[in-house]
Design a protein around this ligand. Structure first.
Ligand code: NAD
Ligand code: IPM
Ligand code: MN
Length: 349
């Protein structure tokens, strides 16, 4: 029997509600499978922790996390009590970088039983590979002067290593699944970073002569997500472009509340972190009405990463059955509570 040691960070807001639900589902599927089990260790890190300790996690937090096989995280952020740039850079982004989780994989596909807000969604099945360690998200910059003379500078950092790594990951995914790769660029408006991005894409694609490719500016790509999402397979995008595109990916599936994600340490040197696309949803936190499917599907991605594809498929089937039977939370137009959706999924398992 394999025992996986998982570090759990529920975080803030609805993270505290959707994570326990997903853990119940994962424990159920583990029991049914019989070949593995989870050992969950909880870390109370987040904005409440910050108010008490003055930091989002202890100084040795990253070292502590290295002792676990994987990390299961809900959401971080309570902007009414801690400014977002402090809470996110003190926990979520700190972990992504500290544990070299350089690739963020975010699928968007139409699930059975779901109605897309698109009139004609067809059967889209997209995987966005988001560069997760650099790009537009950097702490290089600063603010000087005050008032009318004030200046804010935020440098975008694109390295050959990081850019190439994300692109190769996308091509490898495409190779293993017979799909094509689209690069998200903006080399018409950004004069250094994106022409560089395009050049690296041209170089990397030479190593994959059998894989079809396309290059789209991010603005057009956003429009195509609405008009013809079925045209895409694998998309490789920079940190910020991938961030924005994947909320849109959630939206065209039916709700950002169902979109899953995985922050991968592809070298498997450190734990990866499984955390859905959505945030802490302060507007509905504590009401018991958050959609747990994003977190549960994220759990399925963790199972896949651990090699338990059959157990993972079971989870997605159970989710689809629940949706098809009309049990949906408010974000999907239904009236079910979080607990009702979770219990239905467990019943279907
Ligand atoms: P959000 O994703 O938290 O919420 C956006 C909207 O979607 C809200 O109306 C919310 O109610 C709804 N929503 C999100 N998840 C839902 C779910 N599971 N079920 C039903 N409805 C859901 O984004 P935001 O409002 O921009 O950010 C809120 C906080 O979360 C901020 O502090 C932000 O920085 C943080 N955030 C954290 C993460 C993360 O930890 N991964 C991701 C995004 C945002
Ligand atoms: C996400 C979130 C984070 C990001 C924020 C909260 C820093 O939006 O995981 O998509 O932009 O990476
Ligand atoms: Mn986001």
């Amino acid at each position: 029997m394999n025992t996986y040691k998982i570090a759990v960070i529920e975080g803030d807001g609805i993270g505290k509600e959707v994570v326990p639900a997903a853990i119940e589902v994962l424990d159920t599927v583990a029991k049914l499978d019989g070949s593995f089990q989870f050992e969950w260790t909880y870390f109370p890190w987040g904005c409440d922790y910050y108010l008490e300790h003055g930091e989002m996690m202890p100084e040795d937090g990253i070292e502590t996390l290295k002792q676990y096989d994987q990390i299961f995280l809900g959401a971080v952020g309570m902007p009414n009590i801690v400014p977002d740039h402090i809470s996110l850079w003190g926990l979520l982004i700190k972990i992504r970088r500290g544990l070299k989780q350089s690739i963020n994989v975010r699928p968007a596909k139409l699930l059975a039983g779901l109605e897309s807000p698109l009139k004609n969604p067809q059967n889209f099945d997209i995987t966005v590979v988001r560069e997760n360690s650099e790009g537009e998200y950097s702490d290089s910059g600063g603010r000087i002067h005050n008032g009318a003379d004030e200046i804010a500078i935020q440098n975008a950092i694109f390295t050959r290593k990081g850019t190439e790594r994300a692109m190769r990951y996308a091509f490898e995914l495409a190779k293993n699944s017979n799909k094509h790769v689209t690069s998200a660029t903006k080399s018409n408006g950004l004069t250094y970073s994106m022409p560089f991005w395009d050049e690296v894409f041209e170089e990397v694609k030479k190593d994959y002569p059998d894989i079809d490719t396309a290059v789209n500016h991010i603005d057009a790509l956003a429009a195509f997500f609405v008009m013809k999402p079925q045209a895409f397979d694998i998309i490789v995008a920079s940190n910020l472009f991938g961030d924005i595109l994947t909320d849109l990916g959630g939206a065209i599936m039916g709700s950002i509340g169902i979109a899953p994600a995985a922050n991968l340490n592809i070298e498997r040197e450190y734990p990866s972190m499984f955390e859905p696309v959505h945030g802490s949803a302060p507007d509905i936190a504590g009401l018991g009405i958050a959609n747990p499917i994003g977190q549960i599907w994220t759990g399925k991605m963790m199972l896949d990463f651990l090699g338990h594809h059959e157990a993972g498929a079971r989870i997605l089937n159970a989710i689809e059955k629940t949706l098809a039977s009309g049990i949906k939370t408010g974000d999907l137009g239904g009236t079910a509570t979080l607990a009702e959706v979770k219990n239905s999924i467990i019943g279907n398992l």
